[in-house]
Every structure is written in structure tokens, then in C-alpha cells.
Design a protein around this ligand. Structure first.
Ligand code: UD2
Ligand code: MN
Length: 615
């Protein structure tokens, strides 16, 4: 027993409470009497995993339905976070049932509901001292689901119970959003009644979508903090204390764990990076991006310190319950799925709160490639409806940018937003520009820009086109279709030529013109447009009002007496050239594709930028 305890200076092991004693093979708690050391004090109340040699055969099966919990051997499928190998005779079944949940149901069902996971935390996190458990706020955990699989839902629940100090769990609230599966009916209610933590099932009746379902859960939550989780998660060792302690320190902090990846195919637990944060692209899709140097510096290089993140993924976070309501909970007008995470992110930052990714807290989530459930009225309608509610309420003048890029979205109705606008006023929230400037200066949505529209090559009358390609691939030149989409580019005030989160990038002299993730650091992505230049031609003079001519003196130009030599200039006010600064070459067309060449002022290097404006 002791051999498995990591902190060996801790001496006394006491099992607490009848329930826990009954389940001591399943969950064991121990206190320590040490007076010093990284994890001393009452916060040392820990939940540790079941000990194989302590399990009496058949014990767990008496309490839990047969075969659901791992007993005895802890080297079963998926244990240790390992990938599950579906045996050959079940492969066809796995393939067939994949579409039910959009993950490998056979693999999930093969694993114990309480499979073991290693402690994935970084060393600094394990050493960190948190406030004593008795002073941390208790949390209600709200999990909404629609047609979730039994094994993923219950594994989420078991992972919470197994890896959280019992004292911190007020309750687990399972909000069933009108599921149509037998296993989520009385079987679920009966099962959760056997668990050593209060677990309640709330039924929405009709399908109301995840946003309103979460609101239902939050409404009955008794805990000082509400922690939201998706229904296919696994919490890891020590996940809860770092989240609660941030809220304990500042109740206006909204905190997310690092979301690790549980493979949708093998259920392997794959740790995610602590160097990514949340952002969004031009379509207002949530995206993970690299944490910029600015934020690393703010944390003094300490990776165990929470990262301030511009947006959150949305599914996994904890928030002070009263603050949740003060800051406007959720927009009840949002349907089914999508957008609520950006809405909340903008709102929290603009109205005085903060959002962190707490890098000492790790929770796994099964990321799926497609959604398994129905979307009443269609995916497009729902997403466009929800997105417009964000844009109209929170984005001020930047809504024009959004609609220019996504004109089709306008056709969808978005309902009444007056109460959300009032909320913004009541909370006295800052502008979206403020948010971009202060919270998200690295945003892919340019804060200021010179142009937004097509980029037309004058000589060929063709338009720059992403051809739907990805980062690292070449940009194309196509007939201008005037439909926006792949032909919308912005020349930004950071002097990048950008389309969504990709920038025109040339990495070497003579190299191809590629699309690359915008990094915001100039370099290979910096371009100038439309500089005033003088180009030397024969027989032309530029005469000023005073009768003097523009003349060359070395590399400088000055007004001087008009003579037959040295003053023969053509003044081209608009070169319309796009000069790549690093290589000092201009964008033109070679072999049918955009390419760089020595700047020569020719028509082959002239571009008109759509939506050009003064800033
Ligand atoms: C992400 C979030 C998710 C939510 C969503 C945007 C993570 C890991 N996940 O998508 O929480 O913020 O972005 O809205 O950050 N559900 C219902 N009723 C419905 C539809 C879904 O209860 O009508 C449940 C569903 O069973 C699941 C949860 O809502 O437990 C989130 O849905 P998802 O897993 O399909 O969302 P995900 O992870 O793709
Ligand atoms: Mn999910």
C-alpha cells in the first residue's frame, strides 16, 4: 500500500466514513500528519485508486452491476490511459457502432468505468501548495448530455468521484437533454443512487440544447462553484483543487483545465500541450493557437501558472455560482450547440472578469470529428443563429467585418437580443476593440486593416485564391468570382496579407508564395503596398510650382534647377505593387501562379485591393 503512495514521508493512513470504508477497495482516503513538505496540511486529503490486492473477488459486483467496474487486475483494457485494442472478431461491430456516438463504442465498453490513469501533472504542479480543502469552495458538477453512451457518461462520473477530494464535491448533476436511450432512463437513476456522492438526474423533457440544459443544471446547483463538464470526459489526479483555488483567490476568474485528448478510436489518453490557448478564426470558430511570448513573459516563464486565455473551448470550466449569474450566465436564446463559449469569453473579459487555463489541472475529453446527434432545423441554421447573437450583441463595428466574410449568415433569423444588449449596458462592459487591443492583440481578426476583399492582379485580371488549401501550401490565382470565400484577403495594419488565420508567406528568395499560419511577427509575412516612388524614365520631368524639377542627388531626391539630365523622372503616385519586405521583391505572376520578382513597376506587379480604405 505505502509503496504506491508517492509521498512517503506521510505516515498515517485512515479510511474515513462508513461509505468510504465500504468502498475502501475502490477508493481510499488518507490523511497525513506531516508538518512540512510540498503536499502537507489538510489539503492532503487525497483519493487514491483501488489497490488490486485488496479487492475481494466479487465485492464490487455486489455493489455495481456486473462487469462495469474493474476489480482485481488493473491491467485491463485502457488501464494506465493506454489504447484499447479491439479484438479482430469485434472489429466489424466496432465499425458498425461507431456512428452511434461518433466514437469507438466497443473500445469504450471494453474498458473499466474506473480505468486507471497516470498522474500527468508537471512536477511543479505536484509540488504546489493549495489552500486547505476545508477552505476551498465546494462545487456542484453539471454534466449535460443527449444520447450519451453509458460507458463514457459513467466513466466521467467515476473519474470525478475517484480523483476529487470528497469534501469538495457538493453533488453531481446529470442533465438529460431528452435522450432517447433506454440505458439513460431508470437504469441510470438506479445506478447513480449507489454512488458515494450525491448524484441527481434532471430531465429536460423536450430537447432544449446544451446551453439551456446547462442553465437548468446551474439553476438547481447548491455548490458555491459550478463546474461544467461534457459527458465524455475523464478527470485526472489533482484536477479539481487548482481550479477551485483560483476561484477562491478571485471569484471573478473563470477557469478551465487543460483539455487532453481521449482518442475517439482507441480511447488512448493523449496529453495536450500547456502551450496552447483559445482564440477564434474569421468565421468565429473556436481554435487553439500557440500561447504568444507576451503571455509566457507575463507568467515569468512558469508553465505551472495559469494562462490568461482570450477564449475558452466551452465544455469544461468552473465558475463561482453567484458570479455566473452576475455576469449574465448564458444567452438563453442560443439553440442546441455552438457559440456559447465565445459569447461567454467576450462577455467575461469585456465586463470585468478573466478566463484562465489552469495548467495544473488536466481533464481528458473525447474529441469527435462529427456530431452524432440530430440538429433540429439544420446545422447551418443553428450555428448562424447563435453566431449572429454573439456578433450583434458583442462585436460593435467588427460585426461588419464578420458579415463581409460571411454574408450568407445574415439570411438566418436570430431572434430577440434586446435583453442581452441591456445586460451589456447594465454591466458597463468595454468595447470589442478594447478586448482585441488588451486581451487579444494577437487576434486573427485584424484590429485595424487597410483593405478587405479580393486581390486582383492587374495584368491578368485574375484574383488571388486560397483554393481551399491549408497552412504550408501554395496560394493560387483564379478567375475572380466576386463571391468572397477563398478570394477574400485583408491587407492589415500589421502589414500582412491575410485570409482567415493564414498569411501570405515567402520564406526564401525565389521561394514560392505560400499560405502560412499568421504569426504576427512580421518577418516572412510582412508586405508593403502602394508606396510612392519615383521611377526613372527618359524625357519626362516633374516640375514643381516654383519652376524647379525633381532631381536625383545620390539616393535622395530634391527639387533643383531643371536640366536635361538627372531630372528626367516619372512620378508614379500609386505603384500598386506589393513588396515583400524581407526579400525586397514584388508580387507578380510566374508560371500561372503568384510569385516574387524584382520590383520593376510593371503592370505584372500591380494589384488592386478590394475594400481599400483609409485608417
Ligand atoms: C465543444 C465543447 C462543448 C460546447 C461546444 C460548443 C469542449 C470539450 N466541448 O464541443 O462543451 O461548448 O463546443 O457549443 O470544450 N448536448 C446536449 N444537448 C444537445 C447537444 C449536446 O445536452 O442538444 C451535450 C452533449 O451530449 C455533450 C455536451 O452537450 O455532453 C457538448 O456537446 P459535444 O460533446 O457534442 O460538443 P463538443 O465537445 O464537440
Ligand atoms: Mn464533447
Amino acid at each position: 500500500m505505502i509503496g504506491r503512495v508517492r509521498f512517503q514521508y506521510c505516515k498515517v493512513i485512515i479510511a474515513t466514513s462508513m461509505v468510504w470504508m465500504m468502498l475502501d477497495v475502490f477508493v481510499l482516503m488518507y490523511f497525513t500528519d506531516c508538518t512540512d513538505g510540498p503536499r502537507c496540511g489538510p489539503q492532503d486529503v487525497r483519493v487514491i485508486k483501488q489497490e488490486p490486492d485488496k479487492v475481494k473477488s466479487g465485492f464490487l459486483q455486489k455493489i455495481f452491476p456486473k462487469g462495469l467496474l474493474s476489480s482485481g487486475q488493473r491491467n485491463g483494457p485502457g488501464d494506465g490511459g493506454r489504447a484499447v485494442k479491439v479484438p479482430p472478431h469485434r472489429e466489424a461491430e466496432a465499425k458498425e457502432t461507431f456512428k452511434i456516438n461518433q466514437f469507438n463504442l466497443v473500445a469504450s465498453d471494453m474498458m473499466a468505468l474506473n480505468r486507471t490513469l497516470p498522474d500527468y501533472r508537471m512536477e511543479e504542479c505536484r509540488r504546489k501548495k493549495y489552500p486547505p480543502v476545508k477552505s476551498l469552495p465546494k462545487t456542484s458538477i453539471v454534466i449535460v448530455f443527449h444520447n450519451e453512451a453509458w460507458s463514457t457518461l459513467l466513466r466521467t462520473v467515476h473519474s470525478i468521484i475517484d480523483r476529487s477530494p470528497n469534501e469538495l464535491l457538493e453533488e453531481i448533476l446529470l442533465v438529460d437533454d431528452a435522450s432517447e436511450k433506454d440505458h439513460l432512463g431508470t437504469k441510470l437513476t438506479d445506478y447513480v443512487a449507489t454512488l458515494p456522492v450525491p448524484v441527481h438526474v434532471i430531465r429536460t423533457g423536450a430537447r432544449i440544447g446544451l446551453i439551456r440544459a446547462r442553465l437548468k443544471g446551474a439553476f438547481v446547483a447548491k455548490g458555491k462553484v459550478i463546474t461544467f463538464l461534457d459527458a465524455h470526459c475523464e478527470c485526472t489526479e489533482g484536477w479539481l483543487e487548482p481550479l477551485l483555488s483560483e476561484i477562491y483567490n478571485d471569484r471573478t476568474s473563470v477557469v478551465c483545465p487543460i483539455i487532453d485528448v481521449i482518442s475517439d478510436d482507441s480511447f488512448e489518453y493523449i496529453t495536450g500541450s500547456d502551450m496552447t490557448w483559445g482564440g477564434f478564426n474569421w468565421k468565429l470558430n473556436f481554435r487553439w493557437y500557440q500561447v504568444p511570448q507576451r503571455e509566457l513573459d507575463r507568467r515569468g516563464g512558469d508553465r505551472s501558472m495559469p494562462t490568461r486565455t482570450p477564449t475558452m473551448a466551452g465544455g469544461l470550466f468552473a465558475i463561482d455560482r453567484d458570479y455566473f449569474y452576475e455576469i449574465g450566465s448564458y444567452d438563453e436564446g442560443m439553440d442546441i450547440w455552438g457559440g456559447e463559449n465565445l459569447e461567454m469569453s467576450f462577455r467575461v473579459w469585456m465586463c470585468g472578469g478573466k478566463i484562465y487555463i489552469v495548467t495544473c489541472s488536466r481533464v481528458g475529453h473525447v474529441f469527435r470529428k462529427t456530431s452524432p446527434y440530430s440538429w433540429p432545423g439544420g446545422v447551418g441554421r443553428i450555428i448562424n443563429h447563435n453566431t449572429q447573437r454573439i456578433v450583434e450583441v458583442w462585436m460593435d463595428e467588427y460585426k461588419d467585418f464578420f458579415y463581409r466574410i460571411n454574408p450568407g449568415v445574415r439570411a438566418t433569423e436570430y431572434g430577440d437580443i434586446s435583453s442581452r444588449k441591456k445586460l451589456r449596458q447594465k454591466l458597463n462592459c468595454k468595447s470589442f476593440r478594447w478586448y482585441l487591443e488588451h486581451i487579444y492583440p494577437e487576434s486573427q481578426l485584424p484590429i485595424d486593416y487597410h483593405s478587405l476583399g479580393e486581390m486582383r492582379h492587374k495584368a491578368s485580371n485574375l484574383c488571388l485564391d486560397t483554393m481551399g488549401r491549408k497552412s504550408g501550401e501554395k496560394v493560387g490565382l483564379e478567375h475572380c468570382h466576386g463571391q468572397g470565400g477563398n478570394q477574400v484577403f485583408s491587407y492589415t495594419s500589421k502589414e500582412t496579407l491575410q485570409t482567415d488565420d493564414l498569411c501570405l508567406d515567402v520564406s526564401s528568395l525565389g521561394g514560392p508564395v505560400k499560405l502560412f499560419q499568421c504569426h504576427g511577427m512580421g518577418g516572412n509575412q510582412k508586405w508593403t503596398y502602394d508606396e510612392e516612388v519615383f521611377s526613372l524614365t527618359k524625357g519626362k520631368q516633374i516640375m514643381g510650382d516654383d519652376g524647379l524639377c525633381v532631381s536625383a542627388f545620390g539616393s535622395e531626391t530634391k527639387f533643383a534647377k531643371c536640366t536635361s539630365s538627372g531630372a528626367e523622372w516619372e512620378f508614379i503616385q500609386k505603384t500598386m505593387a506589393l513588396r515583400h519586405v524581407n526579400t525586397d521583391q514584388c508580387l507578380g505572376k510566374g508560371n500561372g501562379v503568384p510569385s516574387l520578382g524584382k520590383c520593376d513597376g510593371s503592370e505584372g506587379q500591380q494589384w488592386t485591393l478590394g475594400g481599400l480604405k483609409e485608417i
